[in-house]
Design a protein around this ligand. Sequence first.
Ligand SMILES: [Zn+2]
Length: 59
Amino acid sequence: MKFELACGDVMPGCPATFSEETEDALLGEVAAHAAAAHGITTITPEVAEAVGAKVRRAG
Ligand SMILES: [Zn+2]
């Protein structure tokens, strides 16, 4: 099982993509990217829900 996310699905125009073995690892990477690239340092429940809805489960 792979968990994948295209940041552009949440933040239009962003080319970053992520692929991890677990959803926790994926969300950790996304949180680090959101802080570094988008200045989002607080993951609100709304943000977490928006991101979670875009996560693709592959494999
Ligand atoms: Zn991004």
